[in-house]
Structure formats: structure tokens, C-alpha cells
Design a protein around this ligand. Structure first.
Ligand code: ADP
Length: 587
């Protein structure tokens, strides 16, 4: 009798659960489909808050709203207009090659006067302001920056980055226009769904400098959304495989959980993808789903074929009043709470780490693009000047060609570093170990750097113990490590013009040292400079281009050889980087 009663109870409980699952699934589906319908009727509207974004799908590829930059072409046309472009080119020539800043300013002003397009004007003003500051007229420079800051926040460059964002940092550096910059941040916060991630990073940076905590928080959330959206874009073809279920289908994605569905786009053969925040679908005025938890993991009940991969945890109604069961449930509950808290902590730790890495990655992107752009602009300007001037003197020609060579080599080194870094990240970097002479590797590195050193007026003292025995090592890799250290010594030398490169034996080790008398590194930063993408966050450093990869590579190379690298440095006095390599292969 009791057995039968139990069976019946279990059956009833299971039926009740099924019923609730079906109810939740149906309610959720109807809320989601209502959003889809609204968006189909009025696609221009963004829909309710729960909608993260609406993208367009081309050949199975998801186009994010900020990928499409309808004004890019227009902007390129404006700055490519022949009168404007010629003046800008002349100005750049005077600024960068001839060093005649007065003339550069005149040409930038003429470029400014030659166009009626506000975006092109703002673009010219940014260069004009830079030159004015260079020639020791900072106040005139700030006036130009202010004009760009005051221009419409909709003026953007070909990457969709509002031009005003470029004017804000130098003004803040000078302690000016803080209120205006705050207003600019607020204006963008209200309509930022189309801004590319790079613009959000810039905005967050400005907000952080102005200690606008609220804005920093909001921008950080938006940046997280952008990054999850980009991950979704990469995973999109895999996700599409799930759409085979019974229509309509909402796929679960990511953490925080999003629900993604496809819908036809009015007036187009492309589909649109609608991305909605799951959490916000459960709350609201009608609270029937308030207690439901959604997840894409293993916990809970599957929500059926409209929701592939999605599960729900639905609180059961109170059943029976058996004390034993209550105690048991209580214990189980406290266990679950503890485990959840612990899992939450682990997740938080992971998310924080991810966020820090994402932030460093963004700095890396801006660092690398700046490093790529600078030599490329120089190469272009030198080549163009040679092309324009048929009667150029041989001596000048040689100088220009030397500069082009030097800039190409700089680019080559940067590309080498980035490629090697990618190999290391994917565990594909391998070393060709042979017995090599370290003195020869050091000589080769010094030779490569001779020209850039001379150009910048450096004296390099080279003291090498040529009697040192050959060591088992990869010749190219060691040369690259030394080059990276010499390159840094040049970059971070400040006013000093003395650098030394040493090689000597010490016990069972060969020691390579690169010594400079430049800006130095604060003690608390010394451990971190070997981390990938890390750069010492000083104001001085911001003006020096870099990607934060050079030392990461040096450390990787040296460790792969069973050696070590360290730094001894005092701010304002200089730095000594020391590589130690075992003379014998110990492995
Ligand atoms: P990058 O120079 O491209 O930023 P690195 O990985 O080579 O990247 O260096 C990381 C950071 O370490 C630099 O941004 C700089 O702050 C600091 N640093 C490296 N070398 C020196 C040096 N010789 N003097 C002072 N600071 C240095």
C-alpha cells in the first residue's frame, strides 16, 4: 500500500514538473517572440532594454551593428578630396621631413580653409594642434583641440571613432575642459550602441581619468557586451547548426546568458539575428518567471526544442511536511548554497582575469597599430617627396632612402615580434639549438642597430668576451632578444645618449647585459614588465610607442634556453637588463 502510494506521489510530482517546465517554456517563448515581432515591424527601433543588439546575417556570417560604418566611405572621400589632401600632404612634409613647423601650420590652416566638411576640418585641426604644441605654442594648440571637442559628437573617422575623443586626452593632460569632456562621455553613453569597441575603450579611459565611476561602470558593461558579441560572431556558424529544431528557435549563448534567434529582415534577403539578455526576460512587471533560473550548463530541466542547450531550474511548490525530508532538504540546500558561492567566486576570479587580459589586449591593439602607422607614414612621406622632386640632390636622396630602409627594418622587427608572440601563444614556437658563439650574435645585433643608434645620436659601447666558449642556443632567437633589449634602451633613454652591450662569463653562465642611463623603472613595476602587453603606466611612457611584447619575448626565449633574465633599475638613473645562459646544456 505504502509503496503504491509513493509511486503515485512520484508520478504526480514528475507530471507537475513537466507541466511547469512546459509553462515556463511557453511563457518565455511568447515574451521572446513578442520582441521579435516588434523588431520586425519597426527594425529601426532598438526594442526593449533586454535586447543586446540586432545584427544582420550574410552567408552565415554575423555582422555586428558597429562593424557596419556607413560614414566611413564618406569620411574617406572628404579627406581624399584633392585640394584638401594636397594641402595636408604638404603640411605633413613640412612637419615630419623638413621640420619647418611654421610652414606646416600654414599648410594645415590652408587645408582647413579648403573644405566645408566639418569632419575633414576636425581632422585637420587635430594635426594643426599637434604641430602648434610641438613648436611651443601649447595655448594655440589647446584652442584647436577645444574646437574639435565642441564639434558635433557624430563626427567620426573611418573607423567610426568620434574625432572629439582624440582631442580630449591632451586637453585633460593640461587640466582643461573637464566639464566638457564629462558632457561628451554622457552624450555617448546615451547612444553608444553603434560605437566600435576602440571608441568605448577611449571613453572609459577618459571617464576613469575624471573619476566618473558611474560612467566607468556603464562603459565596462558595454565593453563586456562588445567582447561577448565578438565571441558570438566567431562562434556563429557553430551556433547556426542548432537552428535545425522546430521553429522558432532561441539558442543559448555565453555568460552572462544570451538568447539568440534569427528572423527574416524586411526588404532584404538577409536574415537578422536578435540577441537578448536571458536574465532580463525573466523579470518585469509580470513576475511569474521571477524565481526561474536559466543556464546553458547541465543543471535544471531542458526547456525543449525551441531552446536548444537551454535549461531551467524551477522552484518546486512545497510538498509534504515530513521532518526527515525537510532536514535533508535543508542540509542539501546549504550544501548547494556553499557550492554555488564557491563556483561564483571561481567564476568571478576567472572573469576578472579575463577582463584584465581583455583590457591589456585592447592596449596592445592600439599600441601595435600606432607602431605600424608611424613608420608607414614616414615611409610614405619620404617616398612621396622623392617622387615629387625630380631634381633632388643625390645626398638628400640617399638620406631619404636610408630613412626608408631604417623605417622598413623597424616595421620588420615589429612584425617579427608579433608573429613570434603568436607562435608562442599557440605553442608552435620551436628553437634550432646549435653551438653558437654569443659574441657573434651580439655583434650581429649591434650591427643591425648601428644605423638607428647613429641617427638618434647614441654612443653604443660594446665589450664582448670573444674567448667565451660556444653555447647551445638558437642564434636568431638570441639575436632577437638582444635586439629587443637594445631597442628598449633607445626608446627609454630619455635625455641620455650612452648605451652599453656586454658579454662575459660568470661561473657556469654566459652573461649578456644591456645598460642604459635613461628613465628607469620603479621597483614595484619591475616584476610586471615581463608580462605580456604590460607597459609601465607613466605619462612619459604614453608618448613612447610600444606594444608591451618585447620583454615577454625576451623572457620566453631565455627560459627556453634554460636561462633567466632580470632587471636592475632605479627611476631617473637607468636600467641594466641581464640575461644569463648556461654555458652547458643541462637538459
Ligand atoms: P614596449 O617597449 O613595446 O612597451 P616591452 O615588453 O619591451 O614593451 O617593455 C615593457 C615595458 O617595460 C615598457 O613599456 C617600459 O615601460 C618598460 N621598459 C622596458 N625596457 C625599459 C628600459 N630600458 N628602461 C625603462 N623602462 C623600460
Amino acid at each position: 500500500m505504502i509503496g503504491q502510494e509513493r509511486q503515485l506521489q512520484a508520478k504526480r510530482a514528475s507530471e507537475e514538473r513537466q507541466r511547469r517546465v512546459a509553462q515556463v517554456s511557453q511563457e518565455l517563448l511568447s515574451r521572446l517572440e513578442r520582441i521579435k515581432l516588434d523588431l520586425a515591424v519597426a527594425p529601426a527601433k532598438r526594442g526593449p532594454e533586454a535586447v543586446v543588439f540586432v545584427g544582420s546575417v550574410h552567408d552565415g556570417h554575423l555582422l555586428l551593428p558597429w562593424d557596419a560604418n556607413p560614414n566611413a566611405q564618406q569620411f574617406l572621400q572628404w579627406i581624399g578630396d584633392s585640394r584638401f589632401a594636397n594641402k595636408m600632404r604638404q603640411a605633413e612634409h613640412e612637419e615630419m621631413i623638413a621640420g619647418k613647423l611654421d610652414d606646416a601650420v600654414r599648410f594645415y590652416r590652408e587645408a582647413l580653409g579648403s573644405t566645408s566638411q566639418p569632419a575633414a576640418q576636425a581632422y585637420a585641426r587635430l594635426s594643426l594642434a599637434r604641430t602648434l604644441r610641438k613648436m611651443g605654442k601649447p595655448k594655440d594648440g589647446y584652442l584647436e583641440y577645444k574646437q574639435v571637442l565642441d564639434s558635433s559628437p557624430d563626427l567620426a573617422d573611418e573607423h567610426g571613432i568620434p574625432l572629439a575623443l582624440y582631442a580630449a586626452p591632451p586637453l585633460l593632460d593640461a587640466g582643461l575642459q573637464q566639464k566638457e569632456v564629462l558632457a561628451l562621455i554622457a552624450a555617448h553613453l546615451n547612444k553608444s550602441e553603434r560605437l566600435p569597441p576602440a571608441a568605448l575603450y577611449l571613453l572609459r579611459d577618459l571617464a576613469a581619468r575624471l573619476a566618473a565611476g558611474d560612467a566607468v561602470g556603464k562603459l565596462t558593461n558595454q565593453i563586456q557586451d562588445r567582447e561577448q558579441a565578438e565571441a558570438l560572431q566567431r562562434d556563429f556558424s557553430r551556433l547556426l547548426l542548432l537552428t535545425q529544431g522546430q521553429e522558432p528557435v532561441w539558442m543559448a549563448y555565453g555568460e552572462p546568458l544570451w538568447l539568440v534567434s534569427l528572423a527574416p529582415q524586411a526588404g532584404s534577403t538577409n536574415a537578422m539575428a536578435i540577441v537578448v539578455r536571458a536574465r532580463e526576460m525573466l523579470t518585469g512587471r509580470d513576475s511569474s518567471l521571477d524565481q526561474v533560473e536559466l543556464a546553458s550548463g547541465k543543471a535544471g530541466e531542458p526547456l525543449g526544442e525551441h531552446f536548444p542547450g537551454l535549461r531551467a531550474t524551477i522552484p518546486a511548490g512545497v510538498e509534504g511536511d515530513d521532518t526527515f525530508r525537510r532536514t535533508f532538504l535543508l542540509i542539501a540546500l546549504s550544501l548547494v548554497v556553499t557550492l554555488t558561492l564557491f563556483a561564483g567566486y571561481l567564476l568571478l576570479r576567472d572573469v576578472r582575469r579575463e577582463l584584465r587580459l581583455a583590457e591589456m589586449r585592447s592596449q596592445f591593439v592600439s599600441g601595435v597599430s600606432h607602431e605600424l602607422k608611424t613608420p608607414l607614414t614616414a615611409i610614405r612621406v619620404f617616398a612621396e617627396s622623392m617622387r615629387l622632386d625630380d631634381d633632388m640632390e643625390r645626398q638628400t636622396q640617399r638620406e631619404y632612402l636610408d630613412s626608408i630602409l631604417q623605417e622598413s627594418e623597424r616595421l620588420g622587427r615589429l612584425v617579427d615580434n608579433v608573429l613570434d608572440f603568436a607562435k608562442i601563444e599557440h605553442g608552435r614556437k620551436s628553437y634550432q639549438i646549435r653551438r653558437i658563439s654569443l659574441a657573434e650574435a651580439a655583434d650581429a645585433a649591434a650591427r643591425i642597430m648601428r644605423y638607428p643608434l647613429e641617427q638618434a645620436g647614441f654612443h653604443l659601447e660594446v665589450v664582448l668576451d670573444r674567448a667565451l666558449l660556444p653555447v647551445p642556443a638558437d642564434r636568431d632567437a638570441i639575436e632577437q632578444a638582444i635586439l629587443n633589449l637594445l631597442n628598449n634602451a633607445i626608446k627609454y633613454s630619455g635625455e641620455s645618449r650612452e648605451i652599453a652591450l656586454r658579454l662575459f662569463g660568470d661561473g657556469g653562465d654566459a652573461v649578456i647585459q644591456v645598460i642604459d642611463h635613461g628613465v628607469g623603472i620603479p621597483r614595484e613595476e619591475q616584476a610586471r614588465i615581463f608580462e605580456r602587453f604590460y607597459r609601465v603606466p607613466s605619462e612619459e611612457n604614453q608618448r613612447i610607442s610600444g606594444a608591451g611584447l618585447g620583454l615577454t619575448l625576451v623572457e620566453h626565449i631565455v627560459k627556453a634556453h634554460g636561462g633567466s633574465v632580470g632587471v636592475d633599475s632605479n627611476p631617473g638613473e637607468g636600467s641594466t637588463f641581464t640575461i644569463r645562459l648556461p654555458l652547458e646544456n643541462k637538459s
